[in-house]
Design a protein around this ligand. Structure first.
Ligand code: 6PG
Length: 242
């Protein structure tokens, strides 16, 4: 059996065989996108994508699925404050694995506006960039695709810097002593209000964080709790502590 569906609290959890994870995730994302397009009657819908390595094969498989991409606008969940050509930029991965293979027209991709001279950018300039992105961000977003760190962070909302927990802006500047680079990131609000929140996690290293994040508790301790009540797509190893 390729995948089993269960509920953990308010969350729907799909546990896939290791070799079925990518296909299961792509299938469910494509189904959600098509359903949103059919159900909403909207001409276009918004899809916010995270960075990291987990989404890479899922994006590539999703790009091959029958989704009316011409009706989808791509936004970013978070971005690292580094030069445009820096290998750590999330946008490059998003373009390479989904935007280009699926053939998104340029006007449908909405990058986070990391300022030139990013690494040296002063905090005020980053604050301006965050506010600019918040102005173009649809509310609510239709689908937010998230990942989870071993410390149960999600987006670029980190448990070791809880300054973000009581902010009501839509986009924030964050950082962490344990993670590289300052970041632009969606704040809790747009994640919580998204019509669909999908969390992807694979591998035993994520098991403890997944189990903790699926439990009720302060989001400051486990920011991935922002995806509670959404759809979690895990492989068996990432679900092994549930
Ligand atoms: C980022 C991501 C981040 C990511 C997790 C999981 O910019 O790094 O948005 O939240 O989703 O760190 O990353 P992996 O998929 O590489 O484990």
């Amino acid at each position: 059996m390729a995948a089993r569906v269960r509920r953990v609290g308010p969350s729907e959890v799909v546990v896939a065989d290791p070799d079925a994870f990518v296909d299961e995730a792509a299938h469910r994302l494509a189904t959600l996108l098509r359903a949103r397009l059919a159900g909403s009657g909207a001409a276009r819908i918004s899809l916010a994508l995270s960075g990291g390595s987990t989404p890479v094969p899922v994006h590539r498989e999703l790009a091959r699925r029958p989704v009316p991409w011409e009706r989808v606008d791509v936004f970013q969940v978070d971005e690292r404050v580094v030069a445009q050509d820096h290998g750590d930029r999330n946008l490059a991965m998003i373009r390479d694995t989904l935007v280009d293979p699926a053939g998104f027209p340029e006007g449908r991709v909405h990058p986070m506006p990391v300022p030139r001279g990013a690494e040296e950018a002063d905090p005020e300039l980053l604050g301006v960039a965050a506010r600019r992105y918040a102005e173009i961000l649809p509310s609510p977003l239709d689908l937010v695709l998230l990942g989870i760190g071993e410390d149960a962070h999600t987006a670029s909302l980190f448990p070791d810097d809880e300054s973000w927990t009581d902010r009501d802006e839509a986009v924030l500047v964050t950082g962490s002593a344990h993670h590289s680079h300052r970041r632009l990131t969606l704040a809790p609000g747009p994640i919580r209000t998204a019509r669909s929140r999908v969390m992807l996690a694979r591998g035993g290293k994520k098991a403890e964080a997944v189990a903790r994040a699926l439990q009720e508790g302060p989001v400051g301790e486990a920011p991935a709790r922002l995806a509670r009540g959404g759809l979690w797509i895990l492989d068996e190893a990432a679900a092994s502590a549930l």
